[in-house]
Design a protein around this ligand. Structure first.
Ligand code: ZN
Ligand code: ZN
Length: 358
């Protein structure tokens, strides 16, 4: 499994005429050698790979890392520089999206004066974009936890409970089922707060006749789920009921048109155009979706500016929304995997409109 992944890096070495690539981003390191800790570095060259970490992690690394060598360092910079010097490397790539500037400065300062550091962006950004069938099954299992946890707490969605309490109950339900950690701070935004796309759960108490947007997910075996449900209490404002229909249809249209070869900008446009044509265009500001995997937001992007194209095996979200200041908001989010001739839902909570109590 790792050999195939390292092969992708060897192609980058050839393409950019590099001796090696230094990885410091935890998700990429986990993908390339299996290390699940938070601090380490992986150097991949033409012959093999070596993993470096500090004393807190060496035991764990010897157990789980698939690399030719595991080396303990005092500081990452010291360890990486020594490893590169030993091998006489002259041209080394690094993750331009992730390596912190001050660390790069230290690497430059301490490595041999003729060592060239080459920023890599588009060459490695798609690295984890296409999932293996095994990865898809792990993600599907994480998505199933969402459905089970939501089922468990849905009786609590009624006037009188606070947003934060709902978020906490969801987190308990997910972790009781084996979830490792929440994928992000849950969004529970009711009533007017629904107008904030990222309205974190607050002390607000759910009232009668409101819409509630709940965006939640969990990490399991390193992979994430991410799903948004918007439900009603009683009789929410008529305009929001209309908006719900529009968002749901936009979501369905996007799911229907996503297939291999399709530009993701186009998929975004299908949903966006539907929302615009129903007079809600100004209320949908964010992109339609994003890749999900070892990180909850990763390559590719579905947005008006995306240059990415759908490939079989990609796992992405479809999450159109409408947010109206002073009134409330709707978002409907599912995760899908791109299949040979379309895409398949991984999240399973029904998205047709549901009204709870009231
Ligand atoms: Zn989400
Ligand atoms: Zn999302």
């Amino acid at each position: 499994m790792m050999a195939e992944r390292l092969e992708k890096i060897r192609r980058v070495l050839d393409q950019r005429e590099l001796d090696a690539v230094l990885f410091t981003h935890a998700a990429n390191i986990r993908y390339l050698c299996g290390f699940s800790g938070s601090e380490g570095a992986l150097i991949v060259d033409r012959q093999g790979s070596f993993f470096l970490t500090d004393s807190r992690y060496t035991t764990q690394a010897r157990r789980e890392v698939e690399a030719d060598h595991v080396v303990e360092y005092r500081t990452m910079v010291e360890g990486a520089v020594a490893g590169l010097r030993e091998r006489g490397f002259r041209k080394v790539g690094f993750e331009a999206d992730h390596l912190v500037f001050s660390r790069l400065e230290k690497l430059r300062c301490q490595s041999a004066p003729d060592l060239e550091w080459v920023p890599l962006g588009s060459e490695i950004r798609p690295l984890r974009g296409v999932k293996s069938s095994r990865e898809v099954e792990i993600i599907r299992a994480a998505a199933l936890l969402n459905a089970e946890a939501f089922e468990e707490i849905q009786a609590m969605i009624r006037p009188g409970i606070s947003e934060r309490r709902l978020a906490l109950e969801l987190e308990f339900a997910l972790k009781r089922r084996g979830g490792e950690e929440k994928a992000f701070d849950f969004i529970v935004a009711s009533g007017e707060r629904g107008a904030m796309p990222h309205g974190l759960a607050s002390e607000k108490i759910l009232g009668a006749d409101e819409m509630i947007t709940i965006d939640f997910g969990i990490r399991r075996h390193g992979y994430h789920s991410d799903e948004t449900v918007t439900v009603g209490l009683g009789r929410p404002p008529e305009r929001l009921m209309q908006a719900y229909d529009v968002v749901l249809t936009a979501h369905d249209l996007a799911v229907k048109c996503l297939e291999p070869g399709k530009s993701l900008k186009e998929v975004d446009a299908v949903a966006r155009e539907h929302i615009r044509s129903h007079g809600f265009g100004e209320f949908f500001g964010h992109g339609l979706g994003h890749g999900v995997g070892l990180e909850v937001h990763e390559f590719p992007v579905l947005s008006p500016r995306s240059e990415d194209v759908a490939v079989e095996g990609m796992v992405v979200t479809i999450e159109p929304g409408i947010y109206i200041f002073g009134l409330g908001g709707i978002r409907i989010e599912d995760m899908v995997v791109v299949t040979a001739d379309g895409c398949e839902l991984l999240t399973t909570i029904p998205k047709s409109y549901r009204s709870f109590a009231g």
